[in-house]
Write a protein that binds this ligand. Structure first.
Ligand code: NAD
Length: 437
């Protein structure tokens, strides 16, 4: 089978490489010439573990190509996946569908054979039906079908998530569309991964409901962490105590600085708007958005409190910048709000991230110093603030911190350190929702 993917970003590139690995001929159309040139030169524009090798192998096998034009990419494709961005629209929180509709128009203008247009981008409920109307209007001469196939991969583990998903969701209303998707995902049947077939609107809503629920779970445990701090309880034990209950589950119960990233912030906002417009507003999701925003804005105050209330003239080492480990993605990273707050309180910030320095630089205040190593950030620092739990930060020994730092404040926004040894070494340790002796 031959397919095309429009958009060679995180989702487009990972899906393209993984479908190619399944044995499908995949052409990825990427509009950004700089990204396309990189891909053609065998370089990957994003950091994602294992992606370079997977792309290289499938390009070498002739199954994965990056044609110059969208027309070349969709030639002979049975399915055309739309994997372009759907960022938050300025001003109102809705998903901005400019890229999606532009891509669909380009596809419809160029297509010369029947095909299924599949939305892999996260799109508001009703978008698939609009695409179907566009197809009927613009190309009445062609049998164009529409399907929704939302993507649930997580950055940092995108390839295993795509290859062994908990489930695949397909919204489609014609047997042909269902057949094409069934064939594409056939390798997953052997792994007994369920494929759920639904209508278009249901598939679109499943994606938002999943992200809304996960964002709510994170926000819930963050609120419990705040309560723990007030009543002398420990949120890591609370999370374990509730997470072992099969009805609740252990995942997404790590208290921290608030969620960021390319999906949860924009998808919760969009879900809020979708629900409002449909006349069924979600007060839960509205609260999740407000509580999470306030949490991120309050991070610098937490650090200031740990430093005795005043950050003027203090050197703060910030470890981690990406919104989570194993990615260089800075979209809505909590580190951005933290660092802005630290700088505005007069701190000198020295930051380090193993992968996200280049993506972070243009988003950070100029005064922020980017260190070349974690040690470089920590040398002479009054305080260490850990915000992204890369493995190399987990193993920092108290004795080493003592050698490097001039101060004794450790603010662990991910609860990765054992407070005992740090306190024994004379550090003042502040975690999230962990009782202070
Ligand atoms: P991205 O910004 O990394 O990639 C989008 C790419 O599409 C860009 O490279 C852009 O240049 C390209 N593009 C835009 N218009 C084009 C056109 N007309 N023709 C060819 N290329 C075009 O975005 P992403 O993170 O991959 O997200 C894509 C979609 O997938 C979004 O709707 C997002 O919500 C959803 N999603 C993302 C993730 C994730 O972890 N990143 C996970 C699940 C779902």
């Amino acid at each position: 089978m031959r397919i095309a993917i429009i958009g060679g970003g995180y989702v487009g590139l990972v899906s393209g490489a993984c479908f190619a690995e399944f044995g499908v001929a995949v052409a990825v159309a990427e509009a950004d010439p700089a990204k396309r040139d990189m891909l053609l030169a065998g370089r990957i524009p994003i950091y994602e573990p294992g992606l370079d090798k997977l792309v290289e192998n499938n390009v070498a096998a002739g199954r994965l190509t990056f044609p110059d034009t969208l027309g070349e990419a969709i030639a002979g494709a049975e399915a055309v996946f739309i994997a372009v961005g759907t960022p938050t629209r300025r001003g109102d929180g809705h998903a901005d569908l400019t890229y999606v509709f532009a891509a669909v128009e380009q596809v419809l203008a160029t297509l010369d054979h029947p095909a299924v247009i599949v939305t892999k981008s996260t799109v508001p409920v009703g978008t698939g039906r609009k695409i179907l109307e566009m197809a009927r209007q613009l190309r009445p001469d062609l049998a164009v079908e529409v399907a929704s196939n939302p993507e649930f991969l997580r950055e940092g583990s995108a390839i295993p998530d795509f290859m062994r998903p908990d489930r695949v969701v397909v919204g489609a209303e014609s047997e042909r569309a269902r057949d094409v998707l069934r064939q594409l995902y056939r390798p997953l049947y052997r792994l007994e991964r369920p494929i759920i077939f639904t209508g278009l609107e249901t598939a679109e809503l499943i994606k938002y409901a999943a992200n809304g629920f996960l964002a709510m779970k994170i926000t819930f445990i963050n609120e419990m962490a705040d309560l723990c701090e007030k009543v002398g309880a420990d949120v890591t034990d609370v999370a374990r105590g509730i997470g072992l209950d099969g009805r609740i589950g252990k995942k997404f119960l790590h208290a921290g600085p608030g969620f960021g990233g390319s999906c949860f912030p924009k998808d919760t906002l969009a879900l809020m708007r979708i629900a409002e417009e449909a006349g069924a507003p979600s007060r839960l999701i509205q609260s999740v958005v407000a509580v999470n925003d306030a949490r991120k804005e309050g991070l610098a105050s937490r650090v200031a409190a740990a430093c005795g209330g005043d950050l003027q003239g203090k050197v703060v080492a910030v470890l981690g910048l990406a919104f989570k480990p194993e990615t260089d993605d800075m979209r809505e990273s909590p580190a951005l709000a933290l660092i802005r707050g630290l700088v505005s309180r007069g701190a000198t910030v020295r930051a380090y991230d193993p992968e996200a320095m280049a993506t972070a630089r243009p988003l950070l205040p100029e005064a922020v110093i980017l260190a070349e190593t974690a040690d470089g950030a920590l040398t002479g620092a009054d305080a260490l603030v850990l915000i992204t739990e890369w493995n190399e930060f987990r193993v920092l020994a108290p004795a080493r911190l003592r050698e490097l730092m001039r101060g004794d404040v450790v603010v662990d926004l991910r609860n990765v350190y054992d407070p005992g040894p740090l306190r024994a070494a004379g550090f003042s340790y502040t975690g999230i929702g962990r009782a202070t002796p």
